[in-house]
Design a protein around this ligand. Structure first.
Ligand code: MRU
Length: 359
């Protein structure tokens, strides 16, 4: 399994996902500007991976700082505020940045009274790097746990005729959207380890094709039967009973269980309800935002028109035509069968269950 984010001597090494599936190349990111750009351009993408990358970005933005402690905290805040403007929808970005702000504050508090400023700054920088590295392991562990909980839900969907669990997924919420293993695909990987067989239909996920470029790439690399379909084929796949369930990831879950995920997810959820198949959402607790009452409040990123008009390596729409390119949509909680977290499965009504897992 390829690792999306890692620490390599003195830089944060990102798998460049803009190049998949034809090239496996890495980009070494050495400062906060390069990290901002990597997040914005989707070199690193997927809510959990964005969060961990941003945590390294915070460290990279302050590591060269010299000066007194107050100036250091000013600098830290500037870097945090800046990185927070890279993408608006995945709450993991803000969760990770806030966590680094707390890391710095707590490290400052732990210092003995009268510690010299240069010593204090060095200690806080080291703590920021250690926290980012820790988040790599933490994310991997959360995905594995989430995978085991998700597998319990998916096992009953196995086809009685041949034992294969047939699923549809949208976008990429696999290992390449996290540090490793993924969220929506974690039950598949854990299941394969335990001897279950899967067949996954991957929506190609226009306009940036995370489904065909990334989900199909990683499932195939891990030996899982995979069929790529254009987004407009999902209804036919369900009508023909080719899948027994849908599982997707999320960028942000509101307190009532409304779920933001890649544009097109809402349509898939509506179809799943129509065809009477379960619609599961895999959400590490770092993707749950209890500060927003409903999904209407989730900020939805709009991306450049060129992704729609020139997305397939050539111009596919006339010059000057109007383009609407929201990167995410919100699926109402009533269409979500269950939300799978690393701390267990939450079922409707979601308010209380989400509060419990977030703690
Ligand atoms: O624009 P992207 O590629 O970052 O969008 C990713 C998704 O929508 C994923 O489904 C979501 O972040 C969950 S990743 C575990």
């Amino acid at each position: 399994m390829l690792q999306t984010v890692q620490w390599a001597a003195d830089a944060c090494r990102l798998l460049d996902q803009t190049k998949l599936p034809t090239e496996t190349t890495y980009l070494d990111v050495a400062d906060e500007h390069a990290m901002w750009d990597a997040i914005r351009r989707l070199v690193v993408r997927g809510a959990p991976a964005i969060g961990v990358a941003a945590a390294f970005g915070v460290y990279l933005g302050v590591r060269g700082f010299t000066g007194d402690l107050l100036e250091f905290y000013d600098r830290l805040n500037t870097v945090c505020d800046y990185l927070a403007t890279s993408r608006p929808t995945a709450v993991n970005l803000f969760w990770a940045i806030d966590r680094q702000r707390r890391t710095a504050r707590d490290a400052g508090r732990d210092l003995p009274a009268g510690a010299a400023d240069d010593h204090a700054v060095a200690v806080i920088k080291a703590r920021l790097l250690a926290t980012a590295k820790h988040m790599l392991d933490e994310d991997t562990a959360a995905c594995r746990k989430l995978g085991a909980h998700g597998l319990d839900l998916l096992t009953p969907l196995a086809d009685p005729a041949d034992g294969v669990i047939r699923l549809l997924t949208h976008c990429n919420a696999g290992g390449l959207a996290t540090v490793q293993y993924g969220t929506a695909l974690a039950p598949v990987y854990v299941g394969v380890e335990r001897g279950h067989r899967f067949h996954v239909y991957a929506d190609e996920t226009r306009p940036l094709l995370q489904g065909s470029r990334i989900t199909a790439f990683e499932l195939k690399a891990n030996g899982v039967d995979t069929t790529v379909i254009c987004d407009n084929m999902a209804a036919t796949v369900m009508a023909q009973k080719k899948v027994a369930g849908v599982i997707v990831g999320t960028d942000r879950v509101a307190a009532n269980g409304d779920v933001a995920n890649k544009i097109g997810t809402l349509g898939v959820a509506v179809l799943a309800r129509h065809y009477g198949i379960p619609f599961y959402v895999a959400a590490p607790t770092s993707s749950i935002d209890m500060s927003l009452a409903t999904g209407d409040q989730i900020p939805i990123e709009e991306r450049p028109a060129v992704e729609v008009t020139h997305g397939l390596g050539k111009q596919t729409a006339p010059d000057g035509v109007g383009v609407f390119n929201p990167a995410f949509d919100v699926t109402p909680a009533e269409l979500v069968t269950a939300i799978i977290t690393e701390r267990g499965v939450v079922r409707p009504p979601y308010g209380e269950g989400l509060r419990r897992v977030v703690g």
